[in-house]
Design a protein around this ligand. Sequence first.
Ligand code: ATP
Length: 353
Amino acid sequence: MTTHQAADFLCLSGIGKTFHGTPAVRDIDLTITAGESVCFLGPSGCGKTTLLRLIAGLETPDVGQISLNGVDITGVPPRARHFGMVFQSYSLFPHLTVGKNVAYGLRCRKWNTADTRRRVQEMLDLVQLADHIDKLPNQLSGGQQQRVALARALAAQPHVLLLDEPFSALDAKVRGQLRADVRELQSRLGITTILVTHDQEEAMAVADRIVVMNGGRIEQIGSGPEIYHAPDTAFVGRFVGDMNVLQVRGNAEGRLMLAGKSLAVNEAVRPCCDRVGIRPEAIQLVQDAIGPNHFQVAVLKTQFLGKQTRLDLLLDGQPIQVDVYGQRDITFAPGDLIPVFLPPNEIRPLNEH
Ligand code: ATP
């Protein structure tokens, strides 16, 4: 498999695309390193697929430039980009056998018969479908068909592998297995991969870096742990897991007040920050409300969810949720007042955008 050593392998600068007067993506600046696995994550309509299609050459940007290894490919047609693509629907040729589906791109590229046969075998071994080489797509399960699509996309040694929600038509168990397989294959082959998904867990499982999109723009880029533990905005915090967003009063020196008390945070706070985020599992139940970052809260309801108990609480008139793990004897009733602690290192000052 071809690997490219350049640090800035695939570069998007100032990319924008508008359909019928409505921007689908805008102001996209992104650099992807050779061998990296990147995920475009965001809600329906945020522009993920459009961005992937722009990279594939299936759409042309209105503004901006795409370059590969320092060469401008903005106007290069899809086939000449030599990218492999796997779509949500299996998109195999129904009248061709598994082997012929995988060979298709190689024949287009004029590989000779012996090399094609060897490569098809190698690819089917890779996706563990060698025994199915003579079957037709409709004789395979959904997960198997998607593995064939993957083998077909990888066969001609593409510069980049593009995956557009490839697991979404599969049931949960097959999806989990296939995404683990894709991750394993991606790191084994060292192929630069871009995956589109709206599933945060999938993004975490497959990507080195996650690009969170919102309203056609990039909201934040980071590793799974960075995105989860240090979201920049309330949108990212809430889209990737659950997050309590609390209104605070910030002063010009970056000090914060909540419920009439000073709120200690570990991170630098921009002047007049007015919102902070904290994960439900990060808030602790404590003995008393005395001390920094201890607050008295009112219980609204408790829900036993198996692994954890979820508490709906009111802190200074603001609803918050707390997840308590490994504690069996939670017997709060609505209206009870209980003390909680917000650890300073778990509080994230949030930006508007
Ligand atoms: P989903 O997860 O639902 O597929 P997405 O994040 O991939 O959503 P896109 O498919 O990129 O979003 O769409 C972004 C916006 O651009 C949407 O408002 C969509 O309706 C619009 N759009 C995308 N393709 C076209 C097109 N060919 N013609 C007109 N509008 C389009």
